[in-house]
Design a protein around this ligand. Structure first.
Ligand SMILES: Nc1ncnc2c1ncn2[C@@H]1O[C@H](COP(=O)(O)OP(=O)(O)OP(=O)(O)O)[C@@H](O)[C@H]1O
Ligand SMILES: [Mg+2]
Length: 787
């Protein structure tokens, strides 16, 4: 049929030979193992379109499994364009969890013996932690002795290995594992008693259902005859088993269409901590021995320099198959390496570069740029600079830093210490963490406060006199009132960072976070907030508190109008914004320009991995994923010093940098030839600085024999002078923390810190309004003291 060939032509036009082969091999199993940017995801999308439009396959016979909901949405949209809206909606595209939830709800009758109904609830991590705590209590085990996060991890690992509590107990090699197995058993009982399941259950229950109820499995095998799995390398065991059951049946009862197309890249396996395993590829080859294997070698995404650098990093891993990967896009630009003075300067550099990229038209819009990092807490320093520079951004996979719950909670406490009559803050944290002041008591208290025209705080302090509240409620309120009083008193004794510590510990918030499964990340956000507080450590605490909160209000409140209470951007998709994203979440995506920050030992690779060879390999793969997101330009950025509990720590460059040959860099990370950061010291005056200009290049080397800055630079463009300037050593600092000052450009401010370094005085000043904090050298900056 001529019409057919036209369609076929159209769909195959944008594909190379092996890609076409993959798209047109519609029957039988297919394994595509290929590097990043080689079109694996594109092959899946086109293959589905080809099946429907050229082979007459009914769209509801098609299943596509993606790794994230976002990826599912994108694939859905692509297919709507390729095959039309109605047809695309008949297909099933989703994550394993979404597919399983759907199957389980449809088959809910069969779950009745387990105590589950159609309306079962899927628990989030907080709920899971609460349930595990309850299980510990029910078993008379001490919560303090058995960390909830550890127990949770052990249970989850057992579930992903498809072990029952009984099997887990049998295989236990340590006492904790035996205890965890007991908790596991109780936890499952509690889950069912609450008509609920966790994420691991979704997979396990579906697998169990399909394995034991052959008619049910057959129905799904009939339904989904063409199965596609993207990011196959990150499947865990239950996920693999689901694919196998659907595509081939169980060992006892073979069945299924066998039309299973999986695509992946073992070098991009970054979820082994969730049970992903390279063994799935071997299992696939064993279970589907007739599988056609197709290799894709052409990369359509990145230029050669970027690919080369990425491959140099991942090549050092031991157990891997070397893959060929080439690009027709040419050598492209070299990588840009930048070593910033500290974390703040790191953020400032990125913001600065982004403004320049936009100003010079090197990117068409902000959506072409992504900034990637290892852990979510790192977004804070970037967000702060983006807000100051008015660069719209979106954080993917997490909320913006100052919208994260734990950050907002801590700030509410601090606001309350400064102004106890801040009712909103008090309402926010009166029962955070849970201190048994329920909504009813709070409601009563609020009503009473209104009647008596007190602030909520006053009402709290006088709750003993409350006419209707019961004894238990009054006790809880009284205790909390005392706690707040005690914390307020400590403002006079402690420096700001220690005050933050005291709040975290005395309220029980810190201990609670450190004990919950997702606590690690949330706790690190609080530590990040503490890091911000450290800038204010040298001035009197109540003033420090005021300045700190003012600064936060400035950077945190900037675009709350655009975000819903859930913290999601309302128009995320149509907003032209820079993307901030963790390396993990960036999998599968691509951007013309990519910045990767935090290329220090201890950050990337993560500190936890440094003594664990297998984890280190995973960090390498993570870096590989990050590098290969970049299409045209890749920035690798790090900071020389970072603060850690008030101490300045000098960092080491990430070992991954050393794996990249120097000639791939526009400026090499070897010492000496570095282009040093001068952004922080320049006080963030973007316009006076041109990165590509040799001028400012390598001269600002701390303590090194760098050349002297020319006096022709603007007077407030401040550099740390080289050691040649020691002659003018001031005897004592001219400014003290807490001094009020005036700068001719930045206006009024308060000195946070003053230090003598290499013979010059440096001051850190928080200016009013948008200018925020700046570090200035008094050799250049004109600063006047105000009375
Ligand atoms: N034959 C082709 N012609 C033109 N562009 C292509 C071709 N194949 C793929 N591309 C483009 O190359 C880019 C990378 O493709 P895709 O995202 O499918 O790669 P991938 O193998 O899935 O990468 P990753 O491993 O990072 O997920 C996309 O922009 C895609 O549209
Ligand atoms: Mg892909």
């Amino acid at each position: 049929m001529p019409e057919h060939t036209d369609l076929e032509q159209e769909l195959l036009a944008g594909l190379n030979g092996p890609q076409r082969e993959a798209v047109t091999t519609t029957e039988g199993p297919l394994l595509i193992l290929a590097g990043p940017g080689s079109g694996k995801t594109r092959v899946i999308t086109h293959r589905i379109a080809y099946l429907v439009r050229c082979r007459g396959v009914r769209p509801w016979h098609i299943l596509a499994v993606t790794f994230t909901n976002k990826a599912a949405r994108e694939m859905q949209e692509r297919l709507e364009k390729l095959v039309g809206l109605n047809e695309a909606r008949e297909m099933y595209i989703g994550t394993f969890h979404a597919i399983c939830a759907r199957v389980l709800r449809a088959e809910a009758d069969l779950l009745a013996p387990l105590g589950l109904t159609r309306s079962f609830v899927i628990l989030d991590t907080d709920d899971q932690a609460a349930l595990i705590k309850q299980a510990l209590r029910d078993l008379d085990l001490d919560e303090k002795q058995y960390r909830v996060s550890l127990i949770h991890a052990l249970i989850s690992r057992a579930k992903n290995a498809m072990l029952s509590p009984y099997q887990m107990a049998e295989q236990a090699r340590r006492y904790t594992e035996e205890v965890a197995a007991r908790v596991y058993r109780r936890y499952q009982q509690l889950l069912r008693a609450n008509n609920s399941v966790d994420f691991d259950d979704l997979l396990m229950l579906t697998e169990q259902l399909w394995r034991t109820e052959s008619e049910v499995l057959e129905r799904y095998q009939q339904r989904w005859q063409y199965i596609h799995v993207d990011e196959f390398q990150d499947c865990n065991v239950p996920q693999y088993k689901l694919i196998r059951l659907l595509g081939r049946g169980s060992y006892e009862r073979p069945g299924g269409s066998g039309n299973v197309c999986v695509v992946g890249d073992d070098d991009q396996m970054i979820y082994s901590w969730r049970g992903a395993s390279a063994e799935n590829v071997q299992a696939f080859e064993r279970d589907f021995p007739e599988a056609r294997i197709i290799l894709l070698e052409q990369n359509y995404r990145s230029t050669q320099h970027i690919l080369d650098a990425a491959q140099c990093v991942v090549r050092r891993n031991t157990a891997r198959k070397e893959k060929r990967l080439w690009t027709a896009l040419g050598q492209g630009e070299k990588l840009i390496y930048h070593e910033a003075y500290n974390d703040e300067a790191e953020g400032l550099y990125v913001a600065d570069e982004i403004l320049k990229l936009l100003a010079r038209g090197e990117v068409a819009h902000r959506g072409e740029i992504a900034v990637m990092y290892r852990t979510n807490a790192q977004s804070r320093a970037l967000e702060e600079q983006f807000l100051r520079a008015n660069i719209p951004y979106k954080v993917i996979g997490s909320r913006k830093f100052y919208e994260r719950k734990e950050v907002k909670d801590m700030l509410a406490y601090l606001r309350l210490l400064l102004n106890p009559h801040d009712d909103l803050s008090l309402q926010r944290i009166i029962n955070v963490p849970n201190r048994k002041i329920g909504p009813k008591s709070l409601g009563e208290l609020q009503r009473w406060a209104r009647e008596e025209q007190h602030s909520l705080y006053d009402a709290l302090q006088r709750s003993e006199e409350h006419p209707t509240l019961g004894r238990a409620a009054k006790n809880a309120l009284q205790q909390f009132a005392q706690l707040l009083e005690e914390l307020r008193a400590s403002v006079a004794e402690l420096r700001l960072p220690e005050l933050l510590d005291r709040v975290a510990e005395r309220t029980g918030y810190g201990p609670e976070l450190r004990a919950s499964p997702e606590g690690e990340e949330r706790w690190s956000n609080i530590l990040e907030l503490r890091r911000v507080a450290e800038d204010y450590a040298e001035i009197e605490t109540s003033l420090a508190l005021e300045l700190f909160l003012e600064n936060v209000a400035l950077v945190g409140g900037a675009d709350v109008a655009q975000t819903g209470e859930e913290g999601t951007l309302l128009h995320e998709e149509d907003q032209d914004a820079v993307t901030l994203i963790t390396l993990h979440a960036a999998k599968g995506l691509e951007f013309p320009v990519v910045f990767i920050v935090g290329l220090d030992e201890g950050i990337l690779p993560h500190g936890r991995s440094i003594d664990a060879p297998e984890q280190l390999e995973e960090e390498r793969r993570l870096a590989y994923v990050g590098f290969t997101r970049a299409m045209r330009r890749l920035y690798l950025v790090r900071a020389r010093r970072r603060s850690y509990f008030g101490d300045v720590v000098y960092t080491e460059p990430s070992r991954f940098l050393a794996d990249i040959p120097p000639d791939l860099f526009a400026s090499s990370p070897g010492s000496g030839s570095l282009r040093q950061s001068s952004t922080w010291e320049r006080g963030g005056r973007y316009e006076s600085y041109d990165h590509d200009h040799e001028d400012y290049g390598s001269r600002r080397v701390y303590g090194g024999a760098a050349s002297r800055p020319r006096r022709s630079v603007p007077a407030d463009t401040t550099f740390a002078p080289s050691s040649a300037d020691v002659s003018s050593t001031p005897a004592a600092p001219r400014f003290q923390p807490g001094d009020r000052v005036l700068h001719h450009l930045f206006g009024q401010g308060i000195v946070l810190k003053s230090e003598l370094e290499s013979g010059s005085e440096f001051v850190e000043v928080q200016f009013q309004g948008k200018h925020g904090k700046k570090r200035l050298s008094l050799d250049y900056a004109r600063l006047e003291r105000l009375p």
